[in-house]
Design a binder for this molecule. Sequence first.
Ligand SMILES: NC(=O)c1ccc[n+]([C@@H]2O[C@H](COP(=O)([O-])OP(=O)(O)OC[C@H]3O[C@@H](n4cnc5c(N)ncnc54)[C@H](O)[C@@H]3O)[C@@H](O)[C@H]2O)c1
Length: 359
Amino acid sequence: MIAKKTKTVFAARQASVGFGIIGTGMIASLHAKAITAIANAHLVAVYGNEPECVRRFAEEYGVKAYFSLDEFLADGEIQAVTIAVPSGYHGEVAIPAARAGKHILCEKPLEITLDRADRVIQACEENNVLLSPVFQARFSQPVRMVKKAMQEGRFGRMVLASAQMRWFRNTAYYTNSTWRGTWALDGGGALMNQAIHTIDLLLYINGAPDTVFAFAGTLTHSIEVEDNLCATVKFRNGSFGTIEVSTSCAPGFPRRLEFSGDKGTVAFEEGKITRWEFTEPLPGDEDAKNNFSGAGSHGGRNPAHIDSIGHELQISDLADAILTGRKPFLDGREGRRAIELISGIYESARTGRPYKFNS
Ligand SMILES: NC(=O)c1ccc[n+]([C@@H]2O[C@H](COP(=O)([O-])OP(=O)(O)OC[C@H]3O[C@@H](n4cnc5c(N)ncnc54)[C@H](O)[C@@H]3O)[C@@H](O)[C@H]2O)c1
């Protein structure tokens, strides 16, 4: 994490990207905290569709308030925008932002269907702006360690890669929102909204899927999308896996991923590595579990219980990419992978048949 103190000390010397935030809700506040905490970015303005919230937000962070998207996008001090509006509106603001020449950090999911995500990616490519879809969990230390172990071939032949998200959301979480739990604006339920991070990690670490088969149902909430879903997956590398996701499991637990090969197995729950065993141990293996033994904050019980560290690292990476002319660590193509798997899972649940992905 880049501490505030570092920002103060180096702010005068280091180049900094001007950001504007679109939206003033829960995750927009986290974006503002993250942008103001990092050294290579600063917050310029905010735009939203609720004028009173925009005024309050702008006052809290000492930035410009905009009530028109066109005027916000015409502000030359804004080099990049973060998109923090309901998922089904992401494209509606991302495409004009790309056309206005703004680089984009877009909350997950990039969009709620593959076609719509592709239109955002295309608009960014055509207008030469960078796009970074948010998957802040990829920046966590356990994820980096497991990815490295996979790249080094430490697992041997991969056999199983599984993900479990047993979370809890109360009735008010859905009834107090105009968009959560709807196909039109959430694009799905427990899988598309909450578990998309877990799906992204599964793909990031174990690679592309070949075939899925799924069951989905709405068991404890009055919503039109699923609150519980189970899927089995065959991956292109020949391994198998299970995906269990829920927003009905009281009182809610950290998400868990486990990867096994014929030479090793690793499991982690949020920021805590719970299993790290290889047939060919390396120095440092013993410390893997001890180094990250903190429980870590997680959204399993309360959606607001996420810290801003992952967002700080991802926004800082995007700002650095803008300043140096490189690609961001997470780009549009990476952001669409989870949407593709989720779409296939929904299609299997809907038809009652396995869904095979094009290779
Ligand atoms: N990365 C994460 O861990 C994480 C966590 C929570 C939410 N999210 C994502 O962030 C997005 C927003 O979620 P939230 O929980 O902040 O929602 P929210 O309901 O708290 O806030 C939504 C905001 O968007 C504004 N808005 C709605 N429609 C708009 C429009 N057409 N134009 C401009 N502003 C508009 C609303 O006024 C509100 O300020 C969603 O896509 C969600 O999936 C990501």
